[in-house]
Design a protein around this ligand. Structure first.
Ligand code: 5GP
Ligand code: MG
Ligand code: MG
Length: 173
């Protein structure tokens, strides 16, 4: 395993992003929505770095890998979502890869007609992006390699690592 971004680098970028977002959303009815499960570590750190009042909600986006559905088909669970009407919504995810997850989640959130809708991610694989937009805010751009840690998993392992690493020597890199 090779560390790509260490704990200190992540910490400073998340703090800086929190400050930027606090300025942007000062005096506005902000709701931050974390996309489970990958965003959970970033979400916990970011909301404590945003020094203006805001609400927090969650939704779940997961890819079906079962035999009965196409691989990679995306399922979005909105059961835990708070009311977003008249709210300025910031969607938070671990990584923006092809962008299809964010595109689908944004379409579903838009149906609730929030005041505004923006996106923030820890990592952006810009060269892998297949949609015609990118995240509004990102902490780091990374090459198109599979990474784990700081919320990102492989087979539900490694989420707890406080750094971002690539699984060197595995078939995944
Ligand atoms: P997208 O829909 O943008 O292609 O993919 C976004 C989702 O794919 C992320 O929320 C994450 O769950 C997963 N993903 C994409 N790239 C990586 C990666 O390098 N490592 C891990 N662990 N998950 C990834
Ligand atoms: Mg995810
Ligand atoms: Mg995953």
């Amino acid at each position: 395993m090779k560390v790509l971004i260490d704990q200190n680098e992540i910490n400073s970028r998340v703090i800086a992003l929190g400050r930027e977002l606090a300025q942007e959303y000062q005096g506005r009815p902000l709701t931050i929505i974390g996309i489970l499960a990958g965003s959970l570590v970033l979400l916990a750190d970011l909301i404590r770095a945003i020094d203006v009042p805001h609400q927090v909600g969650l939704l779940q986006a997961s890819s079906y890998r079962g035999k009965s559905t196409k691989p990679g088909e995306l399922f979005v669970n909105l059961d835990y979502l708070p009311d977003l009407s008249e709210r300025d919504v910031l969607l938070v995810d671990d990584i923006f890869d092809t962008g299809k997850t964010m595109q689908k989640v944004m379409a579903q959130i838009s149906e609730q007609e929030p005041r505004s809708l923006k996106t923030a991610v820890l990592l952006w694989k810009e060269e892998a992006t297949e949609v015609d937009f990118g995240p509004d805010y990102h902490c780091f751009k990374i090459p198109d390699h599979f990474v784990v840690g700081y919320g990102l998993d492989f087979n539900n392992e490694y989420r707890h690592l406080p750094f971002i690493a690539s699984l060197e020597g595995s078939d995944l890199v």
